[in-house]
Design a protein around this ligand. Sequence first.
Ligand code: MYA
Length: 547
Amino acid sequence: MVTEPVLKLYANEYDPLKVEDNNKLEDKHLQLLKDIGIFGIQVSQEHGGMDCNNTQYARLAELTCGNDLGISVFLGAHQSIGYKGLLLYGSKEQKDKYLPQLATGEKLACFCLTEPSAGSDAGGIKSRAVLSEDGKHWILNGGKTYISNGGIADYFTVFAQTAVKSSSGEMKDKVTAFLVSRTTGVTSGPKMAKMGINASNTTEVYFDNVKVPVEDVIGSVGDGFKVAMNILNNGRYGMCCALSGTMKRAIEIASAHANNRTQFGNKLASYTGIQEKIARMSMLHYTTQSMAYMLSGLMDSGMKDYQLEAAISKVYASEAASYVVDECLQILGGMGYMRETGVEKMVRDVRIFRIFEGTNEILRLFVALTGMQSAGGHLKEIQRALKQPVANLGMIFNEGTRRIRRSVGLDAPDLSEFVHSEFQQEAQQLSKNIIAFSSAVEHLLIKYTRDIIHEQILLNRLANATIDIYTMLVVLSRVTRALNKNISSADIEKNMARVICSEANLRIDRNLRSLRSSDALRNDEGYRTIAKDVLTNNGIVHSHPLD
Ligand code: MYA
């Protein structure tokens, strides 16, 4: 019912470049989005929304945002993160009071976490709320920056430090989440000039003795960090869907150009160098789209523990989209660099997706370290058991046996029943990769123990191996479905899945090997020394060739 009208948005004289020049949507397009109900995709019907599940949201985000990522940020800042706290943690009273106006787009929301001195280090925010003497209000002071929709929002989901009594009785600072109305005296700075996503409004936001009623705390006092993280976890797949839409558009533009442009007497499309680019772009899109729908499907199935999948999907999608739009521009050559094709705008718009909603650097560390936590716990048990060998012989024996079985590849998870018969070899390869991965994690934990948290170069490689294992998994899952259902593109998907898995497999092998390779470790030491020299000098140290 709603995909059709969404598609009309772009058929209806929508010009992304004009929107960028005007720094906002035209009224008729804004009205069309409101009429469709796009501002309240996941709000219940009782509160005036569309009541869509995550998979339906994914589909709408892919369609709505593909042609203009500026819109995606405007809509996403409102509902992917802006009022998501109300959906996830809001009380019935809060939902009844605020959601109806937010679902129609009559009022807009935004998410205020980042501060001038706290970006990736979200727990280090300085904004503070103090309970008023009569206990009826929180008095909020502080400033936030880079806030999408900051200058146009009516409601702000704000995170601030509050003094909370710990179990030992002392007062400690803990983050609390608040829903704050602009009418309480919130102010915002001018619209910040940006590289891209100019249909979205980004500003600083200030809270100067703003009075927030105690009933507008989202979740519980002191639980704000978890609230923030879970909003972000829950919102991240939206980016993956929006970027899947953008990549699709870029591939259409690049293919049309390659089919039409003649150089050296032949169409660009006939050259194998161009064919490799188009194939790679298409495989990256296939994987991104598979991740988006795997994640939304998992969330719809009731899975609660999806933060790793969300982080991986965000990292993968933002890097894949950067590559795809950049290659699209390259295929168009000089024409791609000109504004009128709209491709240079895509390149500028996509760039921020590797930075916001958690930088890819911080999310890679998050993926590697979170994955290690349970392995670390397991190893601790073994170390404890080794101290009391008699009492825990069974455990040590089991562990020893597990290692021997693993070293000969007998302990691999058997994926054969889940994967189509044509992809059994890839399934076996994936099983072996999972075993190699767990052995690499074990090696790192034994070698570095807790200090592994400082080994960011190694953690990045481990994260890259994790991302590639997940890539194989989602692609094998999707192609299995395509083959089992004999869907029309099954053969095309088969070709793509074959190459995607083969390439992922090579990268996994390289990344895991480099965790133990003396050459790689020596190079890592080299990177650190080179960087130290340059950083000490605040710039390059090597002399000029003419010196
Ligand atoms: S919004 C701003 C985005 N900002 C960030 O993403 C901040 C990034 N920083 C962090 O995520 C955290 O500070 C990190 C942890 C991860 C660095 N899920 O000691 P800790 C738990 C669940 O590690 P820290 C924007 O950009 C952890 O287990 N739990 O903490 C706008 C521990 O728990 P416990 C988590 O070192 C974009 C505790 O927290 C998670 O301080 C607009 C403390 O952990 C997690 N993820 O830092 C975009 N992380 O105590 C719009 C940690 O129990 C896009 N924990 O052990 C729209 C797209 C399209 C939409 C379409 C619409 C239609």
